[in-house]
Design a protein around this ligand. Structure first.
Ligand code: SF4
Length: 194
C-alpha cells in the first residue's frame, strides 16, 4: 500500500485534492459552531450515502491556498469551536495530502480549537495498523485530529436520534487519548472540554 491506485487527480500535471463545499456555520458535524470542509472523492460507496456526488475525485473545485486562507479566516471568530472535515472521504490518499497543509495552519493558528474528521475507514482495523505505517501523511494528520467519527454509513444501522453520526456502527473516537494509551478511547461528551 505504498501508493494507492485511486484517489489521485492530475490537473496540468499537478496532483491535488478537490472539494465540494465549505460551510462557515455548521452545527451538525461536531460540537459547537464549526467550519466544515467537504472534500471530493470516496471509494466506499455506501448504500444511500447522503453525498453521492462527492464520490468522484474530480467533483467540485481544486483545493488551493486561497481556500486554506478562507478557512483559516472563517475559523477566527471566538464562537467557532473548530474545523470539521467530511466528504467524500478525507482519509483517501490524495485527500490526506491535500488536507495536511490546512491542518498544520489551523493547529498553528488555533491550538485551542478542535478538528473533527469523518471517515468511512475503520480506525482500529485500518487507519492505525495500515495507513499510519504505510502512508507518509497519516501520522501527522492524526496528531492534529481531536475526534474521528469512523466507519461506513450502514443503512440498516441508521438512527436519526444519533448525535454527530448517521448509523449505530459509527464510533466517535477521542484520537489523542487513543494514541496516548494505545487503545481505542471513545469520546466522552460529558468530560470533554470542547
Ligand atoms: S464514506 Fe461517507 S461519503 Fe463515502 S460513501 Fe460512505 S457515507 Fe458517502
Amino acid at each position: 500500500m505504498s501508493a494507492p491506485p485511486t484517489g489521485v487527480t492530475k490537473v496540468k500535471g499537478i496532483i491535488h485534492m478537490n472539494y465540494a463545499d465549505i460551510k462557515s456555520y455548521d452545527v451538525a458535524n461536531g460540537t459547537g459552531v464549526r467550519v466544515s470542509l467537504f472534500v471530493s472523492g470516496c471509494t466506499h460507496h455506501c448504500k444511500n450515502c447522503f453525498n453521492q456526488e462527492t464520490w468522484d475525485f474530480s467533483y467540485g473545485k481544486p483545493f488551493t491556498e486561497k481556500e486554506i486562507d478562507f478557512i483559516i479566516e472563517a475559523c477566527k471568530p471566538s464562537y467557532i469551536s473548530g474545523l470539521s472535515l467530511l466528504g467524500g472521504e478525507p482519509m483517501e490518499y490524495v485527500n490526506q495530502m491535500g488536507l495536511l497543509p490546512l491542518v498544520r495552519r489551523f493547529k498553528e493558528a488555533y491550538p485551542d480549537k478542535t478538528i473533527w474528521c469523518y471517515t468511512g475507514y475503520d480506525f482500529t482495523e485500518y487507519i492505525l495498523p495500515k495507513m499510519c505505517k504505510e502512508w507518509e501523511f497519516t501520522p501527522e494528520l492524526l496528531s492534529c485530529f481531536d475526534i474521528m467519527v469512523d466507519g461506513k454509513f450502514i443503512e440498516e444501522e441508521k438512527d436519526l436520534n444519533l448525535k454527530f453520526r448517521g448509523s449505530r456502527n459509527q464510533r466517535i473516537i477521542d484520537v489523542q487519548k487513543s494514541l496516548a494509551t494505545g487503545q481505542l478511547v471513545l469520546w466522552d461528551e460529558k468530560g470533554a472540554f470542547f
